[in-house]
Write a protein that binds this ligand. Structure first.
Ligand SMILES: NC(=O)c1ccc[n+]([C@@H]2O[C@H](COP(=O)([O-])OP(=O)(O)OC[C@H]3O[C@@H](n4cnc5c(N)ncnc54)[C@H](O)[C@@H]3O)[C@@H](O)[C@H]2O)c1
Length: 424
């Protein structure tokens, strides 16, 4: 329509792009470390001509990682690690303004999700960035030629690393993978502070529950569960921790939490939050003991931690949506509520990790990708730790953005403490 007003569809697309661009810019303002890396990448071009495929949550924070990689010279394609977390406006802005190829729409079905993974592998990527190992597993299909051709991959989440280590043990892993999830940056800041806050945010947005004085059961006291338990305690909840690892359980106890088995916690809890990575953590025997009105949510990567099949089998009819994202199951004499169908609640019901936390995590991702590119495929297939230098660099940059200066060891202290040389 030359000279005329844009059509309805074109106008909606441009509104969507503008909204996405605004979100990306807002997140960028909270991500000074990644900004510093983007500026350095733009000068040094460590990824010039490198094809990078990423399977990540399509959010404004991810968009800023894509921008940093593109500034370093990478050709980036992106698909969604979880269709429920896709921000369509961000995807539109990434395509229109940052030249990335994006495959994914909020709420897409499994078939569309699978197609998106294949689209990325079809582009013969040299480096993969994964969150749940689905893309890496996809590269291993059909004989694994795509995986064998990789310079390497990075993995963002604990559940992804479980899968990759199982492949490694079976000698089926054909590329080097950097375990970004296990970098200190990720475990301390991302999992503890990011997952902790955003998990409660998701539950509160969906339910507007008062946490003060409420019995909150956190199942799993790992990197992420610690954060959930801490934040719930900070909001005034009476927190109970359930664990299977005796050391983690003891640590929780010494942090002041009540610790008990899930069976003992079942009749006590008012809110249950699974964050273990394991399947069927809450199941029939627990549902049978829960009190009327108990609320169940999952912050683990996959929707396997709350056994919805067993819950449905106990219920007198199909679940009823009592609020958007809250399903009610009617059991004899009781109702149990499940948030976001047991899917990862901080993404399904809230905006995921705050940008300031993803700043650190994605800064580590960007540096890990650059390390894979500069190693030029020299690493052996297998899961490798991220170099300590990456954590130090990310923390140093973050401190600098906060205007915080710290001391340095004197030469004499250095010799005394590190007789075998500096660690970074
Ligand atoms: N929602 C998010 O944004 C987010 C962020 C980080 C991690 N995750 C996911 O959360 C899960 C846990 O991640 P993590 O990094 O904390 O892992 P982790 O390995 O550090 O901790 C998991 C803990 O759960 C415990 N556990 C395992 N099975 C259990 C069971 N049946 N009952 C009670 N405790 C049990 C383990 O002993 C361990 O201490 C994974 O699925 C991970 O991918 C989600």
């Amino acid at each position: 329509m030359p000279g005329g007003r844009p059509s309805g569809a074109a106008s909606r697309r441009s509104t969507l792009r503008a909204a996405g661009a605004a979100r990306i810019a807002w997140a960028d303002g909270q991500m000074p470390v990644l900004e510093a890396i983007r500026e350095r990448f733009a000068r040094e071009r460590p990824l010039a001509g490198t094809r990078v495929a990423a399977c990540l949550h399509i959010t404004a924070e991810t968009a800023n990682l894509v921008r940093a990689l593109a500034a370093g010279g990478a050709e980036v394609s992106l698909c969604a690690a979880n269709p429920l977390s896709t921000q369509d406006d961000v995807a539109a802005a990434l395509v229109a303004e940052h030249g990335a190829e994006v495959f994914g729409a909020r709420g897409e079905d499994r078939a569309a999700y699978e197609r998106a993974l294949l689209e990325l592998i079809d582009r013969a990527p040299q480096i993969l960035i994964d969150d749940g190992a689905e893309l890496i597993v996809c590269a291993h299909r059909d004989g694994g030629a795509a995986a064998a051709a990789l310079l390497g991959a990075t993995e963002e989440t604990a559940t992804g690393l479980v899968r990759l280590r199982a492949m490694e043990a079976e000698q089926a892993l054909r590329c080097p993978v950097l375990a970004v999830n296990e970098s200190l940056t990720e475990r301390v800041f991302n999992d503890r502070y990011g997952t902790g806050q955003s998990t409660l945010d998701g539950i509160l947005r969906a339910t507007n529950l008062l946490l003060a004085g409420r019995a909150v059961v956190v199942l799993g006291y790992g990197s992420a569960g610690r954060g959930v338990a801490q934040r719930a305690k900070g909001a005034g909840a009476a927190v109970i921790v359930c664990e299977v690892d005796p050391v983690a359980a003891l640590e929780a106890r010494m942090e002041g939490f009540e610790v008990m088995s899930a069976l003992a916690a079942a009749p006590r809890g008012e809110v249950f939050i699974t964050v273990t990575g394991a399947p069927d953590v809450l199941r029939r025997e627990h549902f049978e003991l829960m009190r009327d009105g108990a609320l169940l949510a999952n912050a683990g990567h996959f929707d396997v931690e709350i056994s919805l099949g067993e819950l449905a089998a106990l219920a007198s009819g199909p679940p009823r949506e009592v609020l958007p994202l809250v399903d009610e199951y009617e059991l004899p004499g009781r109702r149990l509520h499940v948030v976001a169908k047991g899917r990862v609640v901080n993404l399904a019901a809230a905006a995921g990790h705050p940008a300031a936390v993803m700043d650190l995590s994605f800064a580590a991702q960007a540096l890990a990708v650059a390390a894979l590119a500069s190693a030029g495929g020299q690493r052996t297939p297998g899961v490798h730790p991220v170099a300590a230098a990456v954590d130090h660099e990310v923390a140093r940059l973050k401190l600098a953005t906060l205007g915080i200066e710290i001391d340095a060891l004197s030469d004499a202290q250095e010799r005394y403490l590190r007789p075998f040389g500096r660690i970074h």
